[in-house]
Design a protein around this ligand. Sequence first.
Ligand SMILES: [Zn+2]
Length: 198
Amino acid sequence: LLISPLIQNLMAALKCLPGVGPKSAQRMAFNILERNRDAGLRLSALLQEAIHKVKNCESCRILCEETICRLCSHHGRDRSILCVVETPADVLALEQAGGYRGQYFVLMGRLSPLDGIGPDAIGMGLFQERLKEGHIKEVILATNPTVEGEATAHYIAELVKARNIRATRIAHGVPFGGELEYLDGGTLARALLARLVV
Ligand SMILES: [Zn+2]
C-alpha cells in the first residue's frame, strides 16, 4: 500500500529477468526513479528497438538484425564444418576463444522432453535443411556436458551420421590451469576416457 501501483507494476515487470527476485527488482526500480531516469528511458527505448528488430538468422538461428547473420555470410568461414551450440552466448565464447573458422548452428536451447522442448523447438527442421545443402563434411557437437546437453548431442549425432556426415563431440575434461586433486569424479573419469595420444 505504501508503494504506488505504477512502481509496483515496474517491480513486477523487472522480475521477468533471470536472477532478479523481489529485492533486486525493488532496488532497480528505485534506482531508476530516484537518480537514473535518463538511463531508464534509454534502456526502455533500446529494449523496444531490439525486440522489434532482432530476429533469428535464417541459416544458423543466432540472434541478429539481418536475414542472414554476418558469420553465415562471411566469405572467410569454412562452410564444410558446422558447430552446434545451445545459445548465442556459446558462439561468442567460441569466437573469443579463437581458432574456430567454421560455421555455427544455434539450437536456442536443448532437448528437454519433460519441459515440452522437442526437436522442433531446437530448430531440427532447419538443421536438416542445412545438412542437405551438401557442403558440410563435419558437424561438431558443442552442447554443454549436462544430462540434457549430452542427450541433445546424441540425438543430433544420429541425424548427422544418417546422412553420412562426420559427427564429432567436443572433449570435456581437465580445465587448463586446473589441478587433478580438485576435480570432481565425473570430470576426471571423462578426461581419462577422452585421453589423446601424445
Ligand atoms: Zn547465421
